[in-house]
Design a protein around this ligand. Structure first.
Ligand code: G1P
Ligand code: ZN
Length: 545
């Protein structure tokens, strides 16, 4: 085998963020940039030689090029076997499933999630560990440390392998298997949900749905599951062919970017159910006819109805949500008498809770929901969970959510993003907020009294690790909250996220207010305390979800 050690110099910007190393494509195209980061992953691990690695990505521009490089580096670094998705395609949850099923030491997932793709778009590299989940902070810090001192990387000289044929080939001492990207994942879904019942419902004539894959990775998965296994009519999956630039779109399933689906579901003769997923398949948006389900509510509804679904029929051990996610699921947990954990933003914080069985369902306000079936959030899993509930309850999405509010109350919720803000100004805004925290409790703003104000800090109940400075929270005595944090996934300047939540108890007559109207007082308080306009130079958010 022809192994080369190529000498290189460190890049100073290879610190993984909320979800791996994410940069614009031209950054990754710099000489040695990708190689340095991949070698830093191998250098930070001790026990991988001879073992299995899972490799694939969301199909965006640079996916195939990066895969060929990583295969040659994996071979040079002594990996025993690499499982690669056909065409280089693996959704993030499917990669997690494969890591677990094959006892791999980890996986490298190439994706910048919901960020746009193409030569001028974004690219990213995520490393997942043997439990199938995103590398925890101690691993990502070790990778970053390794990237700061790297002097060389190993690669073998070999020709590219054919990614478009199912095959088993040798690359030096390493076996490379090009595998079906969908089958194992689809089987896992079939083991959790009542496919017979969903199929009967889907073909009963009483139900119509549409799924928008946004030209990203879930197209082949959704086709196999919804159309082939569950009998949805052909054409149910829209934009189902993964494209390197996602057709020029922004593969983010929310009301702004999944506009075609939103128009369909809010138009005349709308289907009963609509859903979309993001670039790498871990996010989901759920719509009913003329009705949007907030991700926080979706998590709460899934938790409240879990026992209707075979995979969860014995109930939930506990639930977990990220700090900025609304407390809707907390109320379900309270009623069920199970624990509810509040973690920092980012799926990696759920890993330990899932591993030790403290939580069964997890979710984030950012259109992420999942369970202990894998160690990533999972877009299609959430869609199937909803379909299972709909098939059993035979009610509309809207009726199910309204009944839920009647029982548990409604958490009005919205997130306002200010994107591409100057980094220093965004830092100044956060510093200014932090300096006010001590004096806030007891202060009143209009009708609201501040109960607590802090910078969220999390102590992992399993390994005791502490994560500080995870977002500024201002909580009011009536249960309302305002949260501020800076994004850890953006690639241009800084993104300020403002999260707003207010609670309306179980009086159904109070459940019809427009969300932004219901939150208007808190939007104003946020402006007063943080001076967002002054610091960002913007008079309104760039995205409201
Ligand atoms: C965003 C979301 C977060 C999610 C992450 C990866 O991170 O807010 O919930 O886990 O993307 O999909 P952020 O940019 O806020 O750091
Ligand atoms: Zn994603």
């Amino acid at each position: 085998m022809n192994v080369h050690t190529v000498s290189t110099q460190p890049f100073s910007d290879q610190k993984p963020g909320t979800s791996g190393l994410r940069k614009q494509v031209p950054v990754f195209q710099q000489r040695h940039y990708l190689e340095n980061f991949i070698q830093s992953i191998f250098n930070s691990l001790d026990d991988y030689r001879g073992k299995t690695l899972v490799l694939g990505g969301d199909g965006r521009y640079y996916n195939r090029t990066a895969i060929q490089t990583i295969l040659k580096m994996a071979a040079a670094n002594g990996v025993g076997r690499v499982l690669v998705g056909l065409g280089g395609i693996l959704s993030t949850p499917a990669a997690s499933c494969l890591i677990r099923k094959n006892q791999a030491f980890g996986g490298i997932i190439l994706s910048a999630s919901h960020n746009p793709g193409g030569p001028e778009g974004d690219f990213g590299v995520k490393f997942n560990t043997s439990n199938g989940g995103p590398a925890p902070e101690k691993v990502t810090s070790a990778i970053y440390e390794a990237s700061k001192t790297i002097e060389g990387y190993q690669i073998i000289e070999a020709s590219d392998i054919d990614l478009d044929t199912l095959s088993i080939v040798q690359l030096g001492e390493t076996t490379v298997e090009v595998i079906d990207s969908v089958a194992d994942y689809a089987d896992l879904m079939q083991s959790l949900f009542d496919f017979d019942r969903i199929r009967d419902f889907m073909t009963s004539g009483k139900f119509r749905m549409s799924f928008d894959a946004l030209h990203a990775v879930t197209g082949p998965y959704a086709k196999a599951l919804l159309e082939d296994r569950l009998g949805a009519r052909e054409g149910t999956v829209q934009n189902g062919i993964p494209l390197e630039d996602f057709g020029g779109g922004h593969p983010d399933p929310n009301l702004v970017y999944a506009h075609d689906l939103v128009e369909l579901l809010f138009g005349d003769n709308a289907p009963d159910f609509g859903a979309a997923s993001d670039g790498d398949g871990d996010r989901n948006m759920i719509l009913g006819r003329n009705f949007f389900v907030t991700p926080s509510d979706s998590l709460a509804v899934l938790a409240a109805n879990a026992t209707l679904v075979p995979g969860y029929k014995d109930g939930l051990a506990g639930v977990a949500r990220s700090m900025p996610t609304s407390a809707a699921v907390d109320r379900v947990a309270e009623k069920l008498g199970i624990d509810c954990y509040e973690t920092p933003t980012g799926w990696k914080f759920f890993g330990n809770l899932l591993d030790v069985g403290k939580a069964t369902l997890c979710g984030e306000e950012s259109f992420g929901t999942g369970s202990n079936h894998v160690r990533e959030k999972d877009g299609l899993w959430a869609v199937l969970f909803w379909l299972n509930i709909l098939a059993v309850r035979e009610q509309s999405v809207e009726d199910i959510v309204r009944e839920h509010w009647k029982t548990y109350g409604r958490n009005y919720y919205s997130r306002h993003d200010y994107e591409a803000v100057d980094k220093d100004s965004a830092t100044a805004l956060m510093e200014n907020l932090r300096s006010q925290l001590d004096s806030m409790p007891g202060q009143t703003f209009g009708n609201y009294e501040v109960k607590y104000a802090d910078d969220f800090s999390y102590t992992d109940p399993v390994d005791g690790s502490v994560s500080k400075n995870q977002g500024v929270r201002i909580g009011f005595t009536d249960g309302s909250r305002i949260v501020f944090r800076l994004s850890g996934t953006g690639t241009q300047g800084a993104t300020l996220r403002l999260y707003l939540e207010s609670y309306e108890p179980d009086d159904a007559s109070q459940h019809d207010t427009d969300t932004q109207t219901a939150l208007a007082d808190f939007i104003q308080i946020a402006e007063d305390v943080a001076q967002i306009r002054k610091h960002t130079g913007m008079d309104k958010p760039t995205v409201i979800t």
